[in-house]
Design a protein around this ligand. Structure first.
Ligand SMILES: Cc1cc2nc3c(=O)[nH]c(=O)nc-3n(C[C@H](O)[C@H](O)[C@H](O)COP(=O)(O)OP(=O)(O)OC[C@H]3O[C@@H](n4cnc5c(N)ncnc54)[C@H](O)[C@@H]3O)c2cc1C
Ligand code: SF4
Length: 509
């Protein structure tokens, strides 16, 4: 019998369609899966996120075994566990006398870089295969980006529509427009029929993982229980069907809305499943498209949903691989402030931040507008160091992997790349949050008040941010009107704004 190859399967590669599995031989090769402390703690991930991934890995290993594969699964509490992927693959190579190692490319630059060194460390060939779960390969994105002065999602998205044929009629977009975003900005009202994401009772495997996570990572951020995430492909499919049935038709209309007593609104809560491999992104889009053709969901909802996946998701991945490793160090505004403590405790009088952070702590989830316009907007206005902001987002969300989190945080929400990803900073005063949510009714601050002790802090911080970064932003054509408004204010009013902001910032820990 010829010598075996080891196929390393990472925690976010939980699909039989994976390129490394497609290239493997059931009779000859051994699949290696490992829970390692290094991956769980290089940033101290939310407890729910670790539990989700370990349980989903254990379930996937069972699935592979029942499908005839030999799986060498290393749990975190194996006494010999070396604690790192490099260590575990070296141990496995020795134990199985392997001839080579195959792995599908990891999503993070850090791990990709480490794997380049495995060849020397193991003395074995290491094949790193492309991750074919994406629509655009690294080369596709680099070719598209080549020679463009600005990289804009909208133009890339059109390419992806053409490539996939999603919502296309020949070479034209269905409905005569590529993008229906203008229709997707309605505030929502709570009612008893609001959808809820599918939840799943922990089985024995998950219960074992919950115990392990409580013992080993009890001091990490976030609540471990109640644990309701799906951990298998079948459960993720069920979550998709629940979303389609209950929420998809209104997904577009209320995409930007926020409500105090509704954490999920009409969002899908599918990113954790898609990113871990339990759902295939293109298959999800094709399934959602059928709802439009069957007349069960309107075009603005279906187009809006598909754009998030084949547009934004693919686009941010492209940016990540194009710009790493330098991207993570970018800090356009030279922001230096430490992340305020309340990002960990939710103890703040600002009702919008309290709600977003409380639900992050409890669910390892907040939807896009909470991430962008509440926690992200505040951090940028307050001048928090983007690296600290990035690490927080990477830790606290169940769907967070650097390839998707970093461009969203550093580029989209903090404008720390100076406009590579977005054409202007997503900066907003309290007015925006008040328009899109009901948070302000229960807040100790007054959203209509512009300055002074009781003013909504977003109001003076907004102008303070624009004033202190004027040298970098005044030339931005999309901010011309805003700066004209600032310039037209009396000296006294401007001083009042700046003074209020500074008083607030002085007290910020
Ligand atoms: C500061 C910040 C950090 C973020 N970090 C992450 C992250 O670590 N992981 C992550 O998957 N998303 C991240 N996002 C994007 C987005 O907020 C989440 O994908 C979304 O909230 C997930 O919830 P959902 O499944 O209910 O999404 P829905 O609102 O239902 O959207 C449908 C799907 O579209 C995809 N999607 C939507 N927006 C984006 C986007 N901007 N980038 C990539 N995919 C998108 C997701 O797969 C999502 O499941 C971040 C956004 C911001 C502003
Ligand atoms: S008043 Fe300001 S701080 Fe309070 S909830 Fe509204 S936007 Fe947030």
């Amino acid at each position: 019998m010829s010598q075996c190859r080891l196929v390393l399967i990472l925690g976010d590669q939980l699909t039989p369609a994976l390129s490394s599995l497609q290239a493997a031989d059931r009779q000859r090769d051994i699949l290696v899966m490992a829970e390692v402390v290094e991956e769980a703690t290089y940033v101290r991930h939310h407890k729910k996120k670790i539990a989700f991934l370990f349980s989903a890995m254990r379930h996937f290993a069972e699935h592979l075994r029942s499908d005839g594969w030999t799986v060498d699964y290393r749990t975190l509490d194996d006494t010999d566990n070396s604690g790192s992927l490099g260590g575990e693959i070296a141990r496995a190579a020795k134990q199985h006398d392997a001839a080579a190692v195959t792995v599908t490319e990891p999503g993070e630059w850090r791990l990709r870089d480490a794997m380049e060194g495995w060849l020397d460390a193991l003395g074995l060939p290491v094949d790193i295969l492309p991750d074919t779960r994406f629509i655009a390969s690294h080369d596709d994105f680099a070719d598209w980006a080549e020679g463009r002065k600005q990289l804009r999602m909208e133009f890339f998205y059109r390419e992806m529509r053409r490539k996939t044929g999603l919502l296309m009629e020949g070479d034209q977009p269905i409905g005569g427009k590529w993008n229906f975003d203008a229709e997707n900005r309605k505030p929502a009202k709570s009612d008893v029929f609001m959808p809820q994401p599918a939840g799943f009772k922990p089985d024995q495997i998950t219960k074992g993982v919950l115990k392990l996570v409580a013992e080993r990572f009890g001091d990490h951020f976030g609540d471990l229980e109640p644990f309701w995430f799906g951990v298998t492909a079948a459960q993720a499919e069920e979550a998709l069907e629940t979303f389609i049935e209950q929420a998809l038709p209104k997904f577009g209309d209320f995409q930007d809305a926020m409500l105090s007593d509704q954490r999920f609104l009409y969002h899908s809560i599918l990113s954790l499943y898609i990113n871990a491999g339990l759902l295939d992104p293109l298959a999800v889009c094709r399934r959602v498209e059928t709802e439009y053709h069957a007349g069960r969901a309107p075009l603005n909802a279906v187009e809006g949903f598909i754009r998030q996946i084949i547009g934004w998701r693919e686009f941010v991945r492209g940016i990540y691989w194009l710009k790493m490793p330098d991207y993570v160090g970018e800090n356009f505004f030279n922001a230096k402030r430490a992340l305020p403590d309340f990002y960990w405790t939710a103890e703040t009088d600002m009702a919008c931040l309290r709600a977003a952070i409380t639900q992050t702590k409890e669910e390892a989830y907040a939807h896009h507008i909470q991430r962008l316009m509440v926690t992200g907007n505040f951090a940028m206005l307050a001048g928090v160091d983007p690296k600290e902001v990035h690490e927080w987002y990477l830790m606290v969300y169940a769907d967070a992997y650097e390839w998707v989190e970093l461009p969203n945080t550093l580029g989209m929400s903090q404008f720390a790349d100076g406009g590579l990803l977005g054409s202007k900073p997503y900066a907003a005063s309290g007015n925006y949050i008040n328009k899109m949510s009901d948070y302000c009714h229960s807040c100790r601050y007054k959203v209509q008040q512009k300055t002074g002790e009781d003013a909504c802090p977003f109001n003076p911080l907004y102008w303070h941010f624009l004033e202190r970064n004027g040298d970098k932003l005044r030339g931005n054509p999309r901010l011309g009107q805003v700066y004209r408004t600032w310039d037209r204010m009396s000296d006294e009013k401007r001083a009042d704004y700046l003074d209020s902001a500074e008083r607030f910032l002085e007290k910020l820990i």
